[in-house]
Ligand binder design. Structure first.
Ligand code: AMP
Ligand code: MG
Length: 434
């Protein structure tokens, strides 16, 4: 017993915490340089320039209603019982500039978005006039009865209300959402400078692996990690470059890794657990500086990280993910996704976390941080987290049903049903957690 406890704590001392591993990886990945792109292609990227508006938006005072542009003082006593009759001297549609001035006793018919003519200071909506009755009676709109005393500025949208000329409308570092793309368009930009997306090379390793789409050979399994890691890279805003499968041979691993050295980041999976596949380590160590870490987490304890020498004379960061499909994805989630986010200029790396009541126990056998695959639901304002199935790191389908990872801290031997736990929310379904 005493012996076991001793070796246990020794092993723990060698292990990095998730935070330590993440800090090291993050410190070695750069923020990438900017590129210029059409605004729509830059959706999901981060601005590399401040956007200064060359114009006012709106450019001039304009009407927020279809109605009549008037002098508010002319209609100060108008009411439905005692309407004020004004002479209609013209019409302005959106896109037209006024060519007449409003004189006392006159009005101009005006459509939403059209500029307010000089002399006018308010707009009266059609509904507050007798326009409908006049039209129904077949009368021409030479004059109009105003039934409401609108005050000065009523229904007038002021010039520069949204954006002022010379103002920084979007700061460097802003993530391009649909609305941000809209703001860029509204100030007249067709292209924009954004931080480029990282190209992430992905290599699966193992003699047992086979590409999906082919009949499964004896002793083989399909390569799940290539697809799931590539999908995770896409979701994190990177550009996956699939290198396929390297066989467990020095020559093949060397050749495939060479193809990955053009990328901004290289991810491999498998071959990082103890012993059997040391030659993968050898290849990596020969070609750069590689460290093998034990990270104090479950799943995904074994992890490799290093910098590989690139032919261009620089280095390419490399993360060697574990082979088990759940381990690969949980390690990606905790340690690689933040690195990809940093590379393309993002500054918020953490997933949203909620506190949820557990509907199943989480066991922690050996003092690591456990990430349990759970489905988070919300009932009567309370979050609940239910296990989505067997928690082995080789069992992938429970992760496919999960929307969260419930955390049992390193020093907590178990969290029981009914206890509260922190849960990282993964891909949020439309409408949030329900
Ligand atoms: P290894 O780290 O090479 O010992 O792999 C650990 C486990 O993960 C083994 O059971 C492998 O068969 C499995 N594995 C490795 N790579 C993949 C992959 N790309 N897709 C599915 N399972 C994998
Ligand atoms: Mg293997």
């Amino acid at each position: 017993m005493a012996q076991q406890a001793h070796s246990h704590s020794d092993r723990r001392a060698d292990m990095l915490s998730v935070e330590q591993a993440l800090a090291r990886i993050i410190s070695f990945v750069p923020v990438l340089p900017a590129e210029t792109k059409p605004i729509l292609d830059a959706l999901g990227q981060v601005l590399a320039e401040d956007i200064v508006s060359p114009i006012n938006i709106p450019p001039w005072d304009n009407t927020g209603m279809d109605g009549y542009a008037v002098r508010s003082q002319d209609i100060a006593s108008a009411s439905s019982g005692s309407p004020r009759i004004l002479k209609v001297i013209g019409v302005i549609a959106a896109g037209q500039m006024p060519d007449k001035q409003i004189e006392p006793g006159t009005a101009i018919r005006i459509m939403t978005g059209a500029p307010i003519p000089p002399g006018a200071d308010a707009v009266v909506a059609f509904e507050e006039t007798d326009e409908v009755e006049r039209k129904a009676a077949g009368k021409a709109l030479h004059e109009i009865a105003i039934r409401k005393a609108e005050r000065a500025r009523a229904n007038v949208r002021p010039a520069g209300e949204d954006v002022r000329r010379g103002e920084v409308v979007l700061a460097k570092g802003t993530l391009l959402s649909a609305a941000v793309v809209g703001v860029l368009a509204s100030v007249g930009r067709a292209t924009v400078q954004v931080i480029r997306r990282p190209v992430v090379a992905i290599l699966s390793t193992g003699d047992e692996l086979q590409q999906p789409g082919e009949p499964l050979g004896e002793g083989r399994i399909y390569d799940a990690n290539g697809a799931s890691i590539a999908a995770s890279v896409l979701k994190a805003g990177g550009v996956p470059k699939l290198l396929g499968i390297a066989r467990d041979s020095l020559a093949d691993v060397n050749a495939k890794i060479s193809e990955g050295l053009q990328a901004d980041l290289l991810l491999t999976s498998a071959g990082v657990s103890t012993g059997d596949y040391d030659f993968v380590k050898d290849v990596l160590a020969q070609r750069g500086s590689i460290e093998f870490w034990s990270v104090r987490m479950r799943p995904a304890k074994p992890l490799a990280f290093g910098l590989l020498k690139s032919p261009a004379g620089g280095t390419v960061p490399h993360v060697g993910l574990p082979g088990n499909p759940v381990s690969a994805l949980v390690a990606f989630e905790q340690l690689v996704r933040p690195a990809i986010l940093k590379m393309h200029g993002r500054t918020q790396f953490a997933r949203p976390v909620v506190e949820a009541t557990l509907e199943d126990d989480i066991e922690n056998y050996d003092g690591r941080r456990v990430y349990a695959r759970v489905l988070v639901t919300k009932r009567d304002g309370v979050f609940y987290a239910r296990s989505t199935g067997p928690q082995g790191s080789n069992v992938l389908t429970p992760l496919s049903r999960a929307n969260g990872l419930a955390i049992c801290p390193e020093d907590v031997p178990a969290l029981r049903r009914g206890q509260r736990a922190q849960v990282q929310l993964l891909d949020m379904p439309e409408g949030g957690v329900v």
